[in-house]
Write a protein that binds this ligand. Sequence first.
Ligand code: IPE
Ligand code: IPE
Ligand code: MG
Length: 248
Amino acid sequence: MTDAELTARLDEVDLERLPAHVAIIMDGNGRWAAERGEPRRVGHAAGEAALFDTVEGALDLGLDHLTVWAFSTDNWKRPSEEVRWLMWFNRDLLLRRLDELDERRVRVRFVGRRTRPVPKRVLAEMDDAESRTAHHRRLTLQIAFNYGGRDELVDTARRLARDVEAGRLSPDGITERSLQARLYQPDAPEVELLIRTSGEQRLSNFLLWEAAYAELAFTPVLWPDFRRGHLFAAVRDFGRRERRFGAV
Ligand code: IPE
Ligand code: IPE
Ligand code: MG
């Protein structure tokens, strides 16, 4: 497939059939760098342009919710030099680009474990970004950071258990609804479209609960090369799919 076939123009998208929530596994930074004989961090740095063009594309479309995966709970297994660089880079990116997101009326929030080993300074910037943009509703940009789907379900189970122990909830009161209410961002709509770049076709422990019925879109494009046209193509194709939810 040529790149032209993997992209679409805005006017090819049926804006009546937008997914309420798009999630993206931003993958392939390391391979992008390796293709150029560069260290992996060069690929991560190049991913910034992809992310901000994608956010512009989400604004062009009028999407409600976009979640992007920046760092997984499994990514701590990487060499400490890469992990340290990613912590610094993500904090720096937030500091440099928050004004722009704020001006565009983007609400920034995070999903993931807000605890060590994420450095305190990074956690503080995350809190600040959330409170500064909390009043915006044009687009909600959720950044999955130190995120793992099973970790989220474990954390949710702990919250349920505490509420049962405190007498606020009975065991039979544990339903999809009460579980949903204890996720990291309970009010986010279900993920309807999940995109993964770089040709990998797996979930890698992303949004296990939230994406239970998501349409999946896999593209061979490496994340640093991803642009809004690729998002438009995925959303256009989503509009053409038949979603059944177990019915006929
Ligand atoms: C995705 O790119 C970014 C993060 C996981 C932080 P990778 O770093 O996984 O790149 P590849 O998959 O090795 O090419
Ligand atoms: C998933 O990508 C995590 C992020 C994109 C942040 P990985 O590259 O870490 O996942 P695997 O190792 O290929 O499953
Ligand atoms: Mg990867």
